[in-house]
Design a protein around this ligand. Structure first.
Ligand SMILES: Nc1ncnc2c1ncn2[C@@H]1O[C@H](COP(=O)(O)OP(=O)(O)OP(=O)(O)O)[C@@H](O)[C@H]1O
Length: 280
C-alpha cells in the first residue's frame, strides 16, 4: 500500500548571512505517514521541528527533496493541510463563530449559509465553547482561543492537520482539558495529524507514533517510537498502563543521553523503529 504522506530525502539549508555560514537544519530525511495516523515529533529546541512542519504546510520549501500527499506533490499552502500554531492566529475582529465560519466557507463554498453555521457550531461545541461562540478573541481566555483555532482547523476537514506546539502557552489544567478534547475530536474524525510537542506525556497520550529528531545542525529522524497503548486513552488511566513508563523512559533517555549521537556516519537516513513496551 502506498503511504499517505511521503517525505523523500528532504534537506533544508538556510543561506549564509553576513559573517555566518549557511546552516543545514536537517539533511536527507525520509519518512512516511499512513492515513489517519497521529504522529508527534519531539526533539531539542532548534533541531528543526518547526522547519519540517512549515515545509509540510507549504509555508516554506525544502532545499532538496520531495514531499507527496495522497499521491500529489506538496507545493505551496492548501486547504488540504490545516495548521494550528501556538499563538492561535485568529482574526481579532471576528467572533469565535465567525472565525470558524471563515475557514469553513473557504473550504466548502457550495454549502449554504445555514449549513456552514451548523457545521461550525458543531465543532465549537466539540471543544466546549457552545456558550462563547459570539465572543471576540479579546474576550476569550488563551485556552478558549486555542480551542477556537482547533475547532476551525478540524471543521475544515483538512487531509492533514499540522499542530505546532498548540498547547505550549497554556497552564497544565487547561492543557489537559484541551488534550482530552483533541483526543475526542480526533477519535471522531480520524484525520491524519502531525504535531510538535516538547511534552513527552502529551506525546504518549496522543500519538500512535513519536518521531525523535536528533540535534542539529544536519539533524535526522533518529527513531520512530511506536506507542502501543490501547485506545481510547484517558489522562488519568494511561498512567496505570505498564508500557507507559517504558515509553516515557525511552523518550527521556533519548533526549538526555542520545540525541546528539547521530552525527557524521552515525546519522540515520531512515529511522530505527522501536517499541519500548516490548523491551525488558
Ligand atoms: N528563516 C531562518 N533563517 C535562518 N535560520 C533559521 C530560520 N528559521 C529557522 N532557522 C534555524 O533553523 C534551526 C531550526 O529551527 P526550528 O524553528 O525549526 O527549530 P525547532 O526544533 O522548531 O525549535 P523549538 O523547539 O525551539 O521551536 C534553528 O537553528 C534556527 O535558528
Amino acid at each position: 500500500m502506498k503511504s499517505f504522506l511521503t517525505l523523500e530525502c528532504l534537506t533544508k539549508t538556510f543561506p549564509a548571512r553576513k559573517k555566518e555560514p549557511e546552516y543545514i537544519v536537517f539533511e536527507d530525511v525520509s519518512y512516511t505517514i499512513d492515513k489517519g495516523e497521529f504522529v508527534c515529533i519531539i526533539g531539542h529546541s532548534g533541531c528543526g521541528k518547526s522547519t519540517i512542519l512549515n515545509v509540510l504546510a507549504g509555508l516554506d520549501k525544502p532545499s532538496t527533496g520531495y514531499i507527496s500527499m495522497d499521491g500529489k506533490e506538496v507545493i505551496g499552502s492548501s486547504l488540504d493541510r490545516g495548521v494550528v500554531f501556538q499563538n492561535y492566529s485568529l482574526l481579532p475582529w471576528l467572533t469565535a463563530l465567525q472565525n470558524v465560519v471563515f475557514g469553513v466557507k473557504a473550504r466548502f463554498p457550495n454549502k449554504s449559509k445555514i449549513e456552514i453555521k451548523e457545521h461550525s457550531l458543531k465543532y465549537l461545541k466539540m471543544v466546549g465553547l457552545a456558550e462563547n461562540v459570539n465572543k471576540k478573541p479579546s474576550e476569550l481566555s488563551g485556552g478558549m482561543r486555542q480551542r477556537v483555532s482547533i475547532a476551525r482547523a478540524f471543521a475544515t476537514h483538512p487531509k492533514l492537520l499540522l499542530l505546532d506546539e498548540p498547547f505550549g502557552a497554556l497552564d497544565a489544567l487547561t492543557r489537559g482539558n484541551i488534550q482530552d478534547e483533541l483526543i475526542k475530536i480526533w477519535g471522531e474524525t480520524k484525520q491524519t495529524v502531525f504535531m510538535i510537542t516538547h511534552d513527552v506525556d502529551e506525546a504518549i497520550l496522543l500519538a500512535d507514533k513519536i518521531i525523535l529528531m536528533s540535534n542539529g545542525p544536519k539533524a535526522c529522524i533518529a527513531e520512530e517510537v511506536i506507542v502501543n497503548l490501547p485506545r481510547p486513552r484517558e489522562r488519568g488511566k494511561i498512567i496505570d498502563e505498564e508500557g507507559y513508563y517504558k515509553i516515557r523512559k525511552h523518550l527521556i533517555k533519548f533526549l538526555v543521553e542520545r540525541s546528539s549521537d547521530f552525527k557524521g556516519d552515525k546519522r540515520r537516513k531512515t529511522p530505527l523503529i522501536v517499541d519500548p513496551t516490548k523491551e525488558k
